[in-house]
Write a new protein. Structure first.
Length: 407
């Protein structure tokens, strides 16, 4: 049994073993360093003390993971638009004034705050990655380069006052110190202020078989009921929640200290649905079984491609590519294409697979492209057809294995 991040008891039981994996986002320039990258056990576990928290069992020092970070939403049109929509939605629902204080925790390269700056000039970002904070600050998006904590929240409050809105997209699952993080948000949000958290949704992970979204930087995997129990302990009320289709199923929740916001039907429906489906019981157990089946199907496919002497390269080198490859092995993959210039020329962690510019597809002419970034399949299929003249077969591994002819 491992220690649970929420209740601190040694009652977290491993239910899925994904083998040994390196830190998913630490891309190396040197092939030897990549192949010998330190690997850590990657397991999913559930707390059996009654708190039901779903988490990974191994904690790696956050500084090792987030100091240099290569994930940027701004390289994807879908994600950039998604972040722009959030600021429009907040404005529509709550009316942003020009001095409304908007704080983004895990602000990355400042993409969200850039769009929020159309409504308010009083914006602030916090992000632990130095490279990304530098990019944001250079763009004029005021960003503190640090991990968000209760201590930092007090400092921000002293200097800038309470926040009217705290936004945190894809960050909350990235902290093992959950209680301190929530304490910090509670400290900083104004009495009638609204916190909006977007988080990868456990229900979607299970529905999509997206086990590849399990990696060491993702410490926790949240159901709405678990979030509800956590925040109510801190006197924060979730008043709205719904699942969005981006990012393989993103749960957006709205919280406040104030009880003036009425709980929505969507929130209550989702809470009921999870209970009825026995999400963290029966459904999660079935998911773990399916993951092992996906592995054996993919190994069969790679063997067939190799026997047919066909060439297969990958597309998209997000963190989840690292989980998938370290789980099923490199097989005969030599290259992965990725549009991010920060990633090109580097190696997928723990492997000898080199990342290169997708503009080379037209010269490489692979027979198959294995889509690691399967959640952006529509955007990528358009690119492959229209920009990279690819006319081979596309392998989409998840939610279910599909092979599509591109021509
Ligand atoms: Zn627990």
């Amino acid at each position: 049994m491992n220690k649970c991040f929420i209740c601190n008891k040694n009652s977290s039981e491993t239910i899925l073993d994904l083998g040994m994996s390196p830190i998913a986002n630490n891309l190396e320039i040197d092939i030897d360093q990549s192949q010998t990258a330190e690997k850590y056990p990657l397991n999913l576990s559930v707390c059996r003390s009654g708190c039901n928290h779903v988490q990974i069992s191994e904690i790696i020092d956050q500084k090792k993971i987030f100091n240099d970070y290569f994930y940027m939403p701004s390289v994807s049109k879908t994600l950039t638009n998604h972040l722009k929509e959030i600021s429009k939605e907040i404005n529509k629902k709550f009316k942003i004034k020009s001095d409304t204080f908007i704080l983004d925790i895990g602000s990355n390269d400042g993409t969200f705050l850039e769009s929020a700056s159309n409504f308010s000039k009083n914006i602030l970002g916090v992000d632990p990655a130095k490279n990304l904070s530098d990019i944001a600050n250079k763009k004029g998006i005021r960003t503190i380069n640090d991990f968000f904590s209760h201590k930092l929240a007090k400092k921000i409050k002293n200097k800038y006052g309470s926040a009217d809105f705290i936004i945190s997209t894809n960050t909350f699952a990235h902290t093992p110190k959950i209680n301190d993080f929530v304490e910090g948000m509670k400290e900083l949000i104004s009495d009638e202020g609204v916190i909006i958290i977007e988080i990868h949704y456990l229900g979607s992970m299970i529905d999509d078989n997206s086990f590849d979204t399990i990696y060491h930087e993702h410490f926790s995997y949240w159901s709405l009921n678990n979030l509800n129990n956590l925040f109510s302990k801190f006197g924060l009320n979730i008043f709205d929640a719904y699942v969005l289709p981006v990012h393989h199923g993103q749960l957006r929740i709205y919280l406040s200290k104030s009880k003036k916001y009425k709980k929505t039907k969507s929130l209550n429906d989702l809470l009921d649905k999870e209970e009825k489906e026995d999400l963290i019981g029966k459904k999660l157990k079935l998911f773990c079984k399916k993951v092992l089946k996906i592995k054996s199907n993919l190994l069969d496919l790679f063997e067939k491609i190799s026997n047919d002497e066909k060439i297969v390269y990958g597309y998209g080198a997000p963190a989840k590519a690292s989980t998938l490859i370290n789980f099923i092995g490199e097989n005969n993959l030599k290259y992965i294409y990725d549009k991010s210039h920060l990633k090109q020329g580097k190696y997928l962690p723990g492997t000898s697979i080199k990342i290169k510019d997708p503009s080379e597809i037209q010269y490489d002419k692979p027979d198959y492209i294995f889509l690691f970034a399967w959640n952006f399949s529509k955007e990528i299929i358009d690119d492959l057809k229209n920009n990279f003249n690819f006319n081979g077969k596309l392998i989409i591994p998840i939610p279910d294995l599909r092979i599509i002819d591109i021509d």
